[in-house]
Every structure is written in C-alpha cells, then in structure tokens.
Design a protein around this ligand. Structure first.
Ligand code: NOJ
Length: 543
C-alpha cells in the first residue's frame, strides 16, 4: 500500500491538500437532524450541498467519538467509535461516502495527547500501581508532605497534577483532570494510537488534524517550568501563562512521534497530516521535519494571534514565507473553535478584508464554519456557560462558548439548525444574519466569500502561484500572486480610513475583479490606487 505521492511536488501536479480550502465543522453546532438540539452526522450530510456550492473541498470535523463531553469531545473514551449524540458508525460511513461522492475530502480530529478519564485504558491504569497499563499515563509519587511532582499548570487553570486517592500517586493532565495525558515514552501507547490511525485511514478518511501536537511528549525528568519575565499574573493565580512551558511542551522527542504518525499516514494514498501547534514561527516550522518527514501542514495560527495591524501582518507573512523549509507548503487559519471569531475580533467590515487575505495568501486556507456569513461571538449569560475553560476561569472572560454557537441557516425559530432549543443559544440577529438571506444578496458576506473561493479555485495563480510582497504601511498591505499566465494584485486596507497605494516606480494597470465595494468591480485601476476605509480589492494586472 506504500504510495508516497508528496515527496516531489516540483515534478508532479500539486496535491489536493495544497490546493483545497479547508472548512472546520464543530459537529455539535452545524446541523441537527434528529431534533435533540445538538448537531449530528446526518445533519452534516444534509448540508454538504451547501458546502459544495460554497466551494470548500475539505471538511475537518472536531471530535465525533464517544466521550463524557467534559471538554466537548476532546476527552475521548473510545477512539474507534461514534458518539450516539452524533449518530452511528453507519452514519459516519454514509457521511464519508457522500463527501467523497462530491469530490470532497474528510479529515478527522485525532487526540493522541490525552484520553478521557473514562477511557478503559485509564480506568485500567488507575486501578492499581501494578496495572499493566499503569505506565500508559504519567504517574508520579507525591513529594514530601504530599507535595506536587513539579510546578506544571493546567491550560485550563490550576495545577496539572491530580492525586488518585486509591493508589496515592499523582497523574498529569495538561487540560482537565478528566483528560489524563498519555505517556508517549511507552511504546505500547505508540502502537495503540497507530492502530487508531489505521482504523480510520482504512475506512478512507483523508487525514487527521492532530490535537495539541506540540504537547505530546514531556521532559523525561519533569523539570519545573520557568516563570515568564514580567508576568501580569501572580504565582498563586495558577494561570497557565505564568510559566513558559519549556519542559511540558515542544520537546525534541516529539519529532520522532510525528514522524511515526507521518509514516503511518504515508502507508495510504494521498492522505494529510495536520498539526495543531501554537508556537512561534521558528519553532513551528520544525514540525515539517527534515526532508518533510513530519506534518504536511503544521497549522499556522498567526492570523488568529497577531494584532490586526497591517505592518505586523505584512512582516509576519514575510517572516513565514522566508522561514518555510524547501517545499514546505504554507497554510493560514482565520478562525477555530478555541478563539474569538474574526468578525468579533476585527469587526464586520474588516472581516471581509480578512477573508480576502486568507483566500489570496499563498498556502492552504482553513476557515471556521459560520465565518462565511460573518457570525459573531454570541453573548452567553453566565448561567448558560458550558465550556470548562470559561467555567474554571470565570473572571478571565475566556469561555469558548460564544464562538461555538449553532450555524445560522435561516429565519426559522431555531435558525434552521434544529427543531428544538439548541445546546447553545442563538443571537437575536440570526434573522438578519443567515445563509438563506445572504445567498440571495449579492452584497452579503456569504456572496463575498463565495466569489473569493470561486476565484481561488479558478485561478491557479492563487492556489499555486508565487507570492511577492509589494508594499505595506500603517494602513495597508499589498502583494502580487502570479504564475506564468496570470498576475494579480491584492490590496488590503486594514484601517477604517481611506489610503493610497504608493508603490515605488511601479504601475498597476488592470481591471478590478473583486472588491469589498461592489461598485468598483469591472473598473480599471488608475496609477495611484485609492482605497476606501475597510476596502480590499483584487486587480487582474496586464502583465
Ligand atoms: C485543543 C482543542 O482545540 C481544544 O478545544 C481542547 O480543549 C484542547 N485541545 C484539549 O484537548
């Protein structure tokens, strides 16, 4: 079955994961087919025609596996099943078939760093110090007077060690105590997770998005993490960001694990391995691996993290382009289920500029369900919050619920998402902001996304062409995408005020083919391009 197709992109056509647009579905919130207020697999099938119309061609599903849902599916109790809330394995097979029938791809979330505390592996591990699976997790003796093994903190706040009263040892959990970390220094854990990957790859899934890839293995000596310089937090706050996770994440040994995952993936034709990695660029790019032996796409989250500032973004794009290893394929992510939505972060007008940036940069774009209609974070009353991150740090305003609300399909009582009250509330504005209305409106966010995606699909210059920065200043950034036949100028005003593109000794004659100001479409450029506030445009240049 060994058919490695991605070692020589220079002499073959680009691969699907390089030219596709990835669309992340948070399954609880996309479409509910059985009327229980929670999205499911049958619901997703119902909406595949919409996704096909939109032009996205790869769907990534957040976890659909059996789970006690302490972290909404990222606490898995069976890696080879489907949670009854989402449907059955037959429903999954049907979804996969329907996705493939439409020429699209399906990627699953793989969560190898931790399991649920209800996973049989952990139940067995915790049952006794002598359990054959004891070493599958990270167990440590208490120090003197019951002291914690080290100073590591949980991403969700508090200590990362939980004492098991029955066996009187601590286990490590980077996230919730219901999410014990696996011990990847144990080869049996490798084997078990490789079996999981084979199970889904054999079924025909097109790849994995690997959860917290940079967390998977920890320092062998479990040394204390250093304190961040000038931290705004106090030691007693027990806030994760108080430390630099130097010993609990991004360890040199992680790369052998990612190589193992890549080797497994490579045993199947044409699959993709994506890594969720929040690290600075120079570290992120190491996850491509020597000779591209690791992740195909280490997720690039810069657009989620950087201030919305044209100079900083221009610099970040250049830094990234410059840092990529030979033939390392770039990618860009604009939203996900862990971060505020783009329209809430930068406002609705700038969200269009952001869409244009995402869909014209070089590299595979990933968009988050609902961003294509400009969904905003929904205010959720305290007593309706369910995300553990929000619940455990109530004074930090970090709940992820607002960005996980149901997809707004139409003006029906529950926005066409469900026949009954959804698990998270809808915003009052859903009667204005929904797919059905926006599809009919040529000026809508959805129509804008549609035209950008269509352009990307039709013009290879955007999918695989060169990227050349042209200009950036305090308001705008501009770049060219081109191949042998076509040349396009992208100009984005990241400010609310008008500005000129002032290129040195360059003229940009051509036709405006997409603009946030529909009135300009079809017009020719003048030499000095003048932009309105919040305007983004694409010019087809005369070569
Ligand atoms: C990253 C996931 O994206 C997030 O939703 C989850 O809470 C953590 N990993 C823990 O699994």
């Amino acid at each position: 079955m060994e058919t490695i197709t991605d070692n020589n992109p220079a002499d073959i056509d680009h691969l699907w994961w390089q030219t596709c647009v990835i669309y992340q579905i948070y399954p609880r919130s996309f479409q509910d087919a059985n009327g229980d207020g929670i999205g499911d697999l049958k619901g997703i099938v119902q909406r595949l025609d919409y996704l096909q119309w939109l032009g996205v061609d790869c769907v990534w599903l957040s976890p659909i596996y059996p789970s006690p849902m302490a972290d909404f599916g990222y606490d898995i109790s069976d890696y080879q099943g489907v949670h009854p809330l989402f449907g059955t394995m037959e429903d999954f097979d049907e979804l996969l078939e329907q996705v493939h029938r439409r020429g699209m791809k399906l990627i699953l979330d793989l969560v190898p760093n931790h399991t649920s505390d209800q996973h049989p592996w952990f139940l067995e591990s915790r049952s006794s110090r002598d359990s054959p699976k004891r070493d599958w997790y990270i167990w440590q003796e208490p120090g003197e007077n019951g002291a914690l093994p080290n100073n590591w903190l949980s991403v969700f706040g508090g200590h990362a060690w939980e004492l098991d009263p029955a066996t009187r040892q601590y286990y490590y959990h980077a996230f919730l105590k219901q999410q014990p970390d696996l011990n990847w220094r144990n080869p049996e854990v490798h084997e078990a997770m490789t079996d999981v990957m084979h199970f889904w790859l054999r079924k025909g899934v097109d790849g994995f998005r690997v959860d917290v890839m940079w967390h998977i293995i920890k320092d062998a000596q479990l040394r204390n993490n250093p304190v961040v310089a000038n931290s705004p937090f106090d030691e007693n706050d027990l806030i994760y960001e108080y430390h630099d996770p130097a010993y609990s994440t991004d360890q040199p040994e992680v790369h052998e694990i990612v190589r193992m995952m890549r080797r497994t993936t490579n045993q199947y034709d044409d699959r993709v391995l994506i890594g969720e990695i929040y690290l600075p660029i120079h570290k992120l790019i190491t996850y491509y691996g020597a000779d591209k032996s690791e992740a195909h796409l280490p997720f690039n989250f810069q657009l989620l993290a950087l201030p919305w500032d044209s100079e900083q973004i221009a610099r970040a794009v250049e830094e990234y382009e410059g840092a990529l290893p030979m033939d390392g394929w770039p990618n860009w992510v604009l939203g996900n289920h862990d971060r505020p939505r783009i329209a809430s972060r930068v406002g609705r007008s700038q969200a269009r500029v952001a869409a244009m940036l995402l869909l014209t940069l070089r590299g595979t774009p990933t968009l988050y369900y609902g961003d294509e209609i400009g969904m905003r974070d929904v205010p959720i009353p305290q007593d309706e919050l369910v995300d553990p991150q929000g619940l455990y740090m109530p004074d930090r305003n970090v709940s992820r619920d607002p960005a996980r609300t149901p997809m707004q399909w139409n003006t029906d009582e529950f926005a066409g998402f469900s026949g009954s009250k959804p698990w998270l509330r809808l915003p009052r504005s859903f009667r204005r902001v929904n797919v059905e209305l926006q599809k009919e409106d040529p000026d809508s966010m959805l129509s804008f996304y549609h035209s950008l995606i269509t352009l990307r699909k039709r013009q290879p210059a955007f999918q695989t062409g060169k990227y050349t920065p042209v200009y950036s200043d305090k308001q705008l950034l501009a770049f060219i995408r081109e191949n042998d036949t076509d040349r396009f100028l992208v100009v984005l005003n990241l400010s609310h005020r008008p500005c000129y593109l002032l290129p040195k000794n360059e003229t940009f004659d051509g036709e405006i083919i997409i603009s946030t100001e529909a009135e300009r479409i079809g017009l020719r450029t003048e030499n000095n391009l003048l932009l309105s506030g919040d305007e983004g445009l694409i010019v087809k240049l005369e070569r």
